[in-house]
Write a protein that binds this ligand. Sequence first.
Ligand code: AMP
Ligand code: GLY
Length: 424
Amino acid sequence: MRVLLLGQGAREHCIAEALNSELYSFMKTRNPGIMKLSKEYVISDLDLKKLGKFAKRINPDFAFIGPEGPLEKGAVDYLKSLEIECFGPTKSLARIETSKAFMRRLMEKYGIDGAPESKVFSSIEGVDEYMRDINDFVVKPDGLTGGKGVKVFGEHLKSIEEALEYSKELLRSHDFVVIEERLDGEEFSLQCVSDGKHLAATIPVQDHKRAYEDDQGPNTGGMGSYSIENHLLPFLKKKDVEKGEKITKDIMKALYKETGEYYKGVLYGGFILTKEGVKLLEYNARFGDPEVMNILPILKNNFAEICSDVVNQDLKKIEFEKKATVCKYVVPEGYPLSPVPGKLDIPETEAKVYYASVDLREDGLYMTRSRAAAFVGIANTIDDAEKIAQNAVEKVRGNVFYRKDIGTEKLLRKRVEHMKKLRR
Ligand code: AMP
Ligand code: GLY
């Protein structure tokens, strides 16, 4: 198949590998991994006209839109107007990710289960009262923030005054701010594929949003993630995963009713298992980064065929090898608050390597200001997968850090204990 891929991160590097097709790429930066896999590539900021021209010349079987930014900018709408099929939702459908207010209202309107107590505000009026009312809450901007916009009361926000200040600040640059009940539990990502009529779930993965070990520090795009060979997580039962799938199916149907358009792409639910059951924190309109790296490398089906089936609305079941995976990101010192760019050297490793925010220059590889490269260990057990990933990140040379604890038995046990304590 002939595929046009948009995006330049580790997620897209992994997608490029899994597509295993005649690949044409459109990237902002020179991702060495994607460059190597591409027959031809364009390095440019996203310019729809430029993208359209490239797409017309190539005439791909479909275009695959990796990140959320181009979805929000209407890349799919534009390519469709040129009669290019796309794996990825239109701008209107992508609001499931780009607007938390839209997502919460959709759940309410169609009576979809699993929504936490929350309220959407377009001005600061009433925010104070609502915060005091629900007592324990989080503050979310209505828009894309790379996973870094949510602040938790009692943790990132020390007082109601500080929470109000943050809400006011958000309202200056966003249409809405969402105040939401703070949920306690264990998070999991369930990335589902939708053709608008059928939904196919993949396996659950757990991401690690906090920058430092033991889940301390600021939120990041995700420092690493794991999946288990039994296709569950240590704290998760089959019925919890099925609940996540059911909510997502309901969302897919509601999106069609609301917009009259079929959702073709990824519906990735960010769920949390609480003592009251599974609740939904957010939807993403694309694969997770890092979570895609836990699923595509162990996919049994042909990935390009899955994408083509989505485009043709003939999606079937998706199957995975019974393997465990651990992904660890190497990030520049100071990330995410004040990252220091610098040189990066990656020696040979047993792990799979996916390049992210790096720039290939004449004298070598340089980190930019975000997550630099991801290392994925794949094995029959999580212990072995963790060792492969850990050995790889330890060998990396450069001014970097990573989370040693991801995928370790100690952290997994802590997650299980946390759930037990909540249920007691
Ligand atoms: P989101 O962008 O909505 O996924 O939020 C990013 C992160 O903030 C989530 O992965 C959670 O760790 C945290 N978060 C979001 N909403 C809540 C909530 N209602 N209660 C507790 N933590 C939350
Ligand atoms: N890992 C979180 C995300 O992709 O949004």
